[in-house]
Design a protein around this ligand. Sequence first.
Ligand code: SF4
Length: 211
Amino acid sequence: MKLEDKIVIIQKYFDEILPDVGCELTYKSDYGFLISVMLSAQCTDKKVNKVTEPFFEKYKSLEEINALSLEEVEESIKSLGLYKNKAKNLKGIVHELSTRFNGKVPSDKNELMSLPGVGNKTANVVLAELFKIPEFPVDTHVNRVSKRLGLAKESDDVLTVENKLKKEFEKENWIKLHHQFIHFGRYYCKAISPSCKTCKLQGICSKTLQN
Ligand code: SF4
């Protein structure tokens, strides 16, 4: 099957089963969202929300968070994996936003990536969600689904997967598709026991075709 035909089938199916999906991280401020995305590395969004909701309810401004000691931040986020490193990054982000960016989250990718703990994926998520700048962030779900559907090779790194997806799909659909890929990977095409029996992409899926 030609790649263009596959792309049409995937988009049609995602629009059918996931017509209106968005980010599952809850947030009330731009800096809160940036911090939540940084905290979500190797963690579920649900776990992050459980930590960030009471944290930002208690500390309502960058100034209040800035005044916390590293130990206090660690205590607040200790249920998350890698919390010691994440606490350092959280402190660093708040300090940098306050001192270099006038308290605002920058909309420039290089500036975002100059913040502690903010890599390519986190920057892309922030650009797409807060500034509606077309990006196609590749997390573990997007990576897995792309490879199962033959849109990328098993050996491709995440940056290569991102570039392939950007080439294959229309720019205007990147943000929506990124959410659809994540939801499809999280709830249907799961890492273990994917719902292949009811999946209409069986005919183009390398995983099903191998079985
Ligand atoms: S057939 Fe199974 S592995 Fe393939 S895309 Fe569907 S759920 Fe995922």
